[in-house]
Design a protein around this ligand. Structure first.
Ligand code: GLN
Length: 428
């Protein structure tokens, strides 16, 4: 089944270094996370022949905890997308309905877990790329607080926004993998000790007694009727389990998508400048001066969406436009962070549908990139505000999974894991 779904770009078999909580668990790793002596392509022609000489810190943690690595998971090229259709190696299919996308950009990771090809998977989440495919495939995905998990060995798309996150079939599985990969790392100066070694798996106990959950209107606006109904039902179940669900207003959410894409594209244009065909992957053509070679290699190596983002990001950072776009976006980001701080003074968690709709039909969404960007409205706020967030299956709409998202204050992963496990217990 997994071969047809195209979940893995490279199959591999690396046994654990020792025993631990991941004993006998098969783990798939998104192909933008470095694995020593195994290709790490970012699903791009640019890196098709790149073989890293070292393991990412999260990969070392998995092997030290008893996990077996089974392969490198398909993704949108360099993490830029929401459907896994921008992969240079072809799309992954959704195991629930193979005529649909698995979501993205960590679509191969989520589909590997949903199909049973892997027990657990690692993805990366810059603006929703763990939670979106988790929602579309009916599995659990966690985007940790910025700094909780080391990014050493993650090929950068937009450093200030992204975190590596776990995907599992259950809340307890995803939480356990978070226990394994979290913690400070001297190779990543942005990683922090706060909250590390918290027993996340133990938080998957469904206890929401006395918890207050806020629901911002803005995050319900785009939801389809089917998704809205599943979400309302999940909130009712939370209340039945002892939580209080209340409306809440958060200013600035309407600017999140615009701010996110300006910042993400700006950082991407800078990060991807290093791919010149000389050092990693693709070789350079024989003749021409450096400018001609650089242009030729990059035109041949990058796909349409990546090229679009490099161009727009370069524009947003250029003299004369930087104040208008990049700095404005940074101001909006700071504002949103303060608004979330205020909100968390009165509620413990913030809930919303993870995605406004269920999974799209394959081949129907890439023609309208703006529409895809807008569909990230509920996931990008957590990245902008450096908050943790989780997506848990809440039910289905016409047979397709619907994800429920909880956001928590920084380093309060345990709180959102409790609420997600309450939804899980009430729906299964
Ligand atoms: N869909 C978003 C984007 O294309 C999120 C991607 C991600 O989280 N890597 O940027």
């Amino acid at each position: 089944m997994s071969a047809n779904l195209n979940t893995l770009i490279t199959e591999m078999s690396r046994e654990a270094n020792s025993t631990g909580p991941l004993d006998d668990r098969r783990v798939a790793v998104k192909d933008n996370i470095c694995t020593a002596d195994v290709p790490t392509t970012c699903a791009s022609n640019m890196l098709e022949t790149y073989v890293p000489p070292y393991d990412a810190t999260v990969v070392r943690h998995v092997l030290d905890a008893g996990g077996t690595l089974i392969g490198k998971a398909n993704m949108d090229e360099f993490g830029m997308g929401s459907t896994t259709e921008t992969s240079a190696f072809g799309p992954t299919r959704n195991p629930v309905d193979p005529s649909r996308v698995p979501g993205g950009s960590s679509g191969g990771s989520a589909a590997a877990v949903a199909s049973g090809a892997a027990d657990l998977a690692l993805g990366s989440d810059t603006g929703g790329s763990v939670r979106n495919p988790a929602a579309f495939c009916g599995v659990v995905g966690i985007k940790p607080t910025y700094g909780l998990v080391s990014r050493y060995g993650l090929v950068a798309y937009a450093n200030s926004l992204e975190q590596i996150g776990p995907i599992g079939a259950t809340v307890a599985d995803a939480a356990m993998l978070l226990d394994v990969i979290s913690g400070p790392d001297r190779h990543d100066a942005t990683s922090v000790a706060a909250g590390a070694n918290t027993a996340y798996a133990e938080a998957a106990n469904g206890n929401v007694e006395g918890m207050t959950v806020g629901v911002p209107d803005d995050l319900l606006e785009g939801a389809s009727p089917g998704v809205a109904a599943v979400f309302a039902d999940a909130m009712a179940k939370l209340e039945a389990a002892g939580a209080t669900v209340t409306d809440i207003a958060i200013e600035g959410l309407e600017h999140a998508v615009a701010a996110y894409y300006v910042i993400a594209m700006s950082e991407a244009s800078s990060n991807l400048a290093r791919f010149d065909g000389v050092r990693y992957g693709m070789g350079s053509p024989e003749s021409g001066d450096w400018n001609e070679q650089y242009a030729a290699v990059r035109s041949a190596g990058f796909g349409t969406e990546v090229t679009r983002r490099i161009l727009l990001g370069t524009f947003a950072l250029s003299a004369g436009y930087q104040d208008r776009y990049y700095r404005q976006a940074q101001s909006a980001r700071a504002w949103l962070g303060r608004e979330f701080d205020d909100a968390f003074a009165s509620v413990d968690l913030i809930a919303s549908p993870t995605m406004p709709t269920t999974a799209y039909e394959l081949g129907t969404s890439l023609d309208d990139p703006l529409q895809l960007y807008i569909a990230d409205a509920n996931t990008v706020p957590a990245n902008l505000a450096n908050l943790p967030a989780i997506s848990v299956p809440g039910g289905d709409d016409g047979g397709l999974p619907v994800g429920i998202q909880f956001m928590a204050p920084q380093f309060e992963e345990g709180r959102m894991i409790r609420a997600a496990s309450a939804v899980e217990a009430a729906t299964s």
